[in-house]
Design a protein. Structure first.
Length: 148
Protein backbone atom coordinates (compact mmCIF):
# COMPACT_ATOMS: atom_id res chain seq x y z
CA UNK A 1 0.00 0.00 0.00
CA UNK A 2 1.32 3.41 -0.95
CA UNK A 3 0.94 6.63 0.98
CA UNK A 4 0.25 9.45 -1.47
CA UNK A 5 -0.10 12.26 1.06
CA UNK A 6 0.73 15.51 -0.73
CA UNK A 7 1.24 17.58 2.43
CA UNK A 8 4.42 17.62 4.45
CA UNK A 9 4.21 17.68 8.26
CA UNK A 10 5.02 21.40 8.21
CA UNK A 11 2.30 22.12 5.63
CA UNK A 12 -0.19 20.03 7.59
CA UNK A 13 0.61 21.95 10.79
CA UNK A 14 0.27 25.30 8.98
CA UNK A 15 -3.11 24.22 7.60
CA UNK A 16 -4.15 23.01 11.04
CA UNK A 17 -3.20 26.39 12.53
CA UNK A 18 -5.18 28.33 9.89
CA UNK A 19 -8.24 26.16 10.39
CA UNK A 20 -8.06 26.49 14.17
CA UNK A 21 -7.73 30.28 14.00
CA UNK A 22 -11.34 30.41 12.83
CA UNK A 23 -12.60 28.31 15.75
CA UNK A 24 -13.53 29.77 19.12
CA UNK A 25 -10.97 29.14 21.84
CA UNK A 26 -12.03 26.20 23.99
CA UNK A 27 -10.27 25.04 27.16
CA UNK A 28 -10.95 21.47 26.11
CA UNK A 29 -8.16 20.88 23.59
CA UNK A 30 -5.45 18.25 23.70
CA UNK A 31 -2.10 18.77 21.97
CA UNK A 32 -0.68 15.52 20.58
CA UNK A 33 3.04 15.55 19.76
CA UNK A 34 4.63 12.68 17.86
CA UNK A 35 7.08 12.61 14.97
CA UNK A 36 5.23 9.57 13.59
CA UNK A 37 2.35 11.06 11.57
CA UNK A 38 0.30 7.84 11.61
CA UNK A 39 0.54 7.50 15.40
CA UNK A 40 -0.29 11.19 15.87
CA UNK A 41 -3.34 11.05 13.58
CA UNK A 42 -4.60 7.78 15.04
CA UNK A 43 -4.51 9.19 18.56
CA UNK A 44 -6.25 12.38 17.40
CA UNK A 45 -8.93 10.26 15.72
CA UNK A 46 -9.52 8.21 18.88
CA UNK A 47 -9.93 11.36 20.96
CA UNK A 48 -12.06 13.11 18.33
CA UNK A 49 -14.43 10.13 18.21
CA UNK A 50 -14.94 10.75 21.93
CA UNK A 51 -15.74 14.46 21.41
CA UNK A 52 -12.32 15.69 22.53
CA UNK A 53 -10.81 18.46 20.39
CA UNK A 54 -7.19 17.98 19.37
CA UNK A 55 -4.27 19.83 17.90
CA UNK A 56 -1.24 17.98 16.59
CA UNK A 57 2.43 18.75 16.19
CA UNK A 58 5.23 16.75 14.58
CA UNK A 59 7.92 17.92 16.99
CA UNK A 60 8.93 19.90 20.03
CA UNK A 61 9.46 23.29 18.39
CA UNK A 62 6.05 23.42 16.74
CA UNK A 63 4.50 22.06 19.95
CA UNK A 64 6.06 24.83 22.04
CA UNK A 65 4.78 27.43 19.57
CA UNK A 66 1.24 26.07 19.94
CA UNK A 67 1.53 25.86 23.73
CA UNK A 68 2.72 29.47 23.91
CA UNK A 69 0.07 30.83 21.54
CA UNK A 70 -3.02 28.69 22.23
CA UNK A 71 -4.42 29.06 25.71
CA UNK A 72 -7.08 26.50 24.75
CA UNK A 73 -4.59 23.66 25.18
CA UNK A 74 -5.52 21.96 28.42
CA UNK A 75 -3.44 18.80 28.11
CA UNK A 76 -0.26 17.71 26.33
CA UNK A 77 0.23 14.13 25.13
CA UNK A 78 3.73 13.52 23.83
CA UNK A 79 5.81 10.70 22.49
CA UNK A 80 9.12 10.15 24.23
CA UNK A 81 11.43 9.33 21.31
CA UNK A 82 11.50 12.21 18.81
CA UNK A 83 14.25 14.12 17.07
CA UNK A 84 15.75 16.66 17.42
CA UNK A 85 13.77 17.55 20.58
CA UNK A 86 12.70 14.42 22.47
CA UNK A 87 9.67 14.22 24.71
CA UNK A 88 11.61 14.82 27.93
CA UNK A 89 13.25 17.94 26.42
CA UNK A 90 9.81 19.21 25.40
CA UNK A 91 8.44 18.61 28.89
CA UNK A 92 11.39 20.47 30.43
CA UNK A 93 10.69 23.45 28.14
CA UNK A 94 7.02 23.42 29.12
CA UNK A 95 7.89 23.25 32.82
CA UNK A 96 10.18 26.30 32.40
CA UNK A 97 7.51 28.29 30.53
CA UNK A 98 4.43 30.27 31.54
CA UNK A 99 2.45 27.05 30.98
CA UNK A 100 4.47 25.12 33.60
CA UNK A 101 1.35 23.65 35.21
CA UNK A 102 0.04 22.11 31.97
CA UNK A 103 -0.88 18.44 32.56
CA UNK A 104 1.26 16.08 30.47
CA UNK A 105 0.88 12.42 29.52
CA UNK A 106 3.79 10.55 27.91
CA UNK A 107 3.15 7.75 25.45
CA UNK A 108 6.09 5.63 24.37
CA UNK A 109 6.80 2.37 22.64
CA UNK A 110 10.44 2.46 23.69
CA UNK A 111 11.13 3.46 27.27
CA UNK A 112 13.24 2.33 30.17
CA UNK A 113 13.06 2.77 33.93
CA UNK A 114 15.34 5.84 33.81
CA UNK A 115 12.95 7.54 31.37
CA UNK A 116 9.99 6.83 33.62
CA UNK A 117 11.83 8.20 36.67
CA UNK A 118 12.88 11.34 34.76
CA UNK A 119 9.29 11.82 33.60
CA UNK A 120 7.90 11.51 37.11
CA UNK A 121 10.41 14.09 38.34
CA UNK A 122 8.92 16.43 35.72
CA UNK A 123 5.46 15.92 37.23
CA UNK A 124 3.76 14.15 34.35
CA UNK A 125 0.25 12.80 34.88
CA UNK A 126 1.12 9.35 33.57
CA UNK A 127 3.54 7.37 31.44
CA UNK A 128 1.76 4.96 29.09
CA UNK A 129 3.45 2.28 27.02
CA UNK A 130 2.42 1.38 23.48
CA UNK A 131 0.23 -0.34 22.48
CA UNK A 132 -2.11 2.06 24.27
CA UNK A 133 -5.07 0.91 26.31
CA UNK A 134 -7.57 3.39 24.83
CA UNK A 135 -10.02 3.08 27.72
CA UNK A 136 -7.28 3.97 30.20
CA UNK A 137 -6.11 6.87 28.02
CA UNK A 138 -9.64 8.26 27.58
CA UNK A 139 -10.23 8.05 31.34
CA UNK A 140 -7.01 10.01 32.00
CA UNK A 141 -7.73 12.62 29.33
CA UNK A 142 -11.30 13.20 30.50
CA UNK A 143 -10.15 13.48 34.12
CA UNK A 144 -7.45 16.02 33.27
CA UNK A 145 -9.82 18.10 31.13
CA UNK A 146 -12.52 18.00 33.82
CA UNK A 147 -14.90 16.06 31.59
CA UNK A 148 -15.75 13.33 34.06
Amino acid sequence: MFDYDILSDEEREALNEVMLAALPDSPQRVLIVDDDRDARELLAEILSLNDISCLTAAGGNSAMHLIETRESIGLLITDLRMAPCNGLDLIRKVRESERASLPIIIISGDANVRDAIDAMHLSVVDFLLKPINTKQLLKLVKRELGLG
